[in-house]
Design a protein around this ligand. Structure first.
Ligand SMILES: [Zn+2]
Ligand SMILES: [Zn+2]
Length: 230
């Protein structure tokens, strides 16, 4: 199969012919339809977080259709549409995993970092960590939710603010921020969007529902959509 791989840090990804992986145990093999690109992929490719595997296929916002399953798989079947995310798998046995904090597991395997990711024709996912994509959500819509979406959604959940509260989203027009605005509005918050805005980003941020915009790139601190902000 074809894969775009990091062969040397700091160099462009190389399109290479690699072996199609065979799923074992709880793994499934999916044929990629869409892969998002996260800034983490840029860090991984640049070697900013060290080298754990080279050559490496990055990509941790992959959506695809399952084509083969490992011998222990019970929850996903061939033909299912799934997504693979940054947390590819964890040990499932340490106190963090047992406490529902698998993302903190010291033995976790990150997709597109420790193991190959979704910048390829096929990707491997662990059934216990793969996301089933609901019908009605397109592949392209689902892909960024797998990293940028879950990250910003969790931040809002952890903030645990009451409905109607004012929420400040820093980096509001970035990959995470523009999704955070939409989640925050859906949760009933009043959104203050903080970023360095150009005109296009300001238009987008307003369209996504932000109530106030604070442009850090201008001397005048505040421009407001619906009211003067004091
Ligand atoms: Zn990411
Ligand atoms: Zn663990």
């Amino acid at each position: 199969m074809q894969a775009y791989q990091v062969t040397e840090h700091g160099k462009p990804l190389e399109r290479r012919q690699v072996a199609k992986p065979i799923p074992t145990g709880h793994q499934v093999l999916a044929k990629t339809t869409v892969s998002g690109v996260c800034h983490t992929d840029v860090h991984v490719a640049a070697g900013d977080w060290g080298t754990l595997k080279l050559p490496l296929t990055p990509g941790h916002e992959g959506v695809g259709v399952v084509e083969a399953v490992g011998s222990e798989v019970t929850t996903i079947k061939i033909g299912d549409r799934i997504g693979v995310a940054w947390l590819g798998s964890s040990c499932m046995d340490c106190y963090l995993c047992k406490d529902g904090r698998e993302n903190m597991c010291e033995n976790q395997k990150q997709t597109g970092f420790v193991q190959d990711g979704s910048f390829a024709e096929y990707f491997i996912a662990d059934e216990r960590f793969a996301a089933k994509i609901p019908s009605g959500v397109s592949d392209a819509e689902a892909a960024p939710v797998l990293c940028a979406g879950v990250t910003s959604y969790k931040a809002l959940r952890m903030a645990n603010a009451p409905a109607g509260a004012r929420i400040v989203i820093a980096g509001a027009c970035g990959g995470l921020g523009h999704l955070a605005i939409q989640y925050a509005k859906a949760m009933g918050y009043e959104v203050i969007a903080l970023d360095v805005f150009d005109e296009a980003k300001e238009v987008m941020t307003k369209e996504l529902g932000a109530d106030f915009i604070i442009n850090l790139g201008r001397r005048e601190k505040v421009s407001c959509r619906k009211a003067q902000f004091h």
